[in-house]
Write a protein that binds this ligand. Sequence first.
Ligand SMILES: Nc1nc2c(ncn2[C@@H]2O[C@H](COP(=O)(O)OP(=O)(O)OP(=O)(O)O)[C@@H](O)[C@H]2O)c(=O)[nH]1
Ligand SMILES: [Mg+2]
Length: 296
Amino acid sequence: MKSGYVAVIGKANAGKSTLINVLVGEKVAIVSPKPQTTRNAILGVLTREDYQLVFVDTPGIYKGKTYLADLMTKTAENAARDVDLILYVHDGHGGIHESDLELIKKYSALKIPMIMAYTKIDIMPRENIPLDVKKLYEEGVSCDVFPVSARKGINVKKLLNALVERVPEGEKMIDDDIVSDKSEKFMISEIMREKILLKYDKEIPHGIAIIINTFELQENGVYDINLDIVCEKANHKSILIGKQGKAIKEVSSFARQDMEKFLGKKVFLTTYVKVKEDWRDKPNLVKNYGYDPKNN
Ligand SMILES: Nc1nc2c(ncn2[C@@H]2O[C@H](COP(=O)(O)OP(=O)(O)OP(=O)(O)O)[C@@H](O)[C@H]2O)c(=O)[nH]1
Ligand SMILES: [Mg+2]
């Protein structure tokens, strides 16, 4: 059979996680319109009779100013080292900039086979696609470029076939029924973070960490989940909570519904908002909150 690791690399917000979720056929990574949604390297596994692709979702490349942002960039760079193939994701509707070409060249220099997904074609003028692809080739991009839309499922199958073709012959690496390397508890904390990314603006969601205190299936079949939402400034806490707790109630309710869907069980969710001044710049806190440079 064909089998291999595929690192999914690209700028922040390019559409990497959305594409992986579509390729794998299950939601293994959260998605939001804000850059820096993904913080860890997350495996998404697609197993069929004759192939197994293990996708490594990575934090988008983004020039951040915090220790956590640097760590995320390192996570992405490290993920691209020991893989069989790189799937470079480019946001087609965002145009082609010098910074895109630089990044593409940087990853091409690793001498690992590469394929490019030129994504979000559903929200751009069709006539720009061949012009952009031509421009990429003229600028020295040598890998195959696949225009796709993850949201509308356009050309995703074609891209998948190409990925399978490019990975080596090998053994199955991961059991059939496993789609992600992350625990249910991890996914629960990510669902909470996703809802915060969707609801709040500016720096607030980027300064959030989720700590799960309790994650327990009770005898009555209801999950008891108790978590802390850690933010980095006192004024962020009051915005998170909102007038008479309205904002936090709303976002917790959205999160609970999604958690119930994910777990297939009722959830009793309790959330607390806490402040840890500038935790994103404090390596020990960053580590405590699950972003360990060694395991990332
Ligand atoms: N119209 C359209 N939107 C898309 C498509 N793919 C992703 N998006 C949107 O683009 C935004 C970013 O998507 P993500 O999948 O979170 O992007 P990412 O590259 O994983 O981002 P980071 O984790 O922050 O690096 C979200 O709002 C998605 O819904 C697509 O094919 N078409
Ligand atoms: Mg992502």
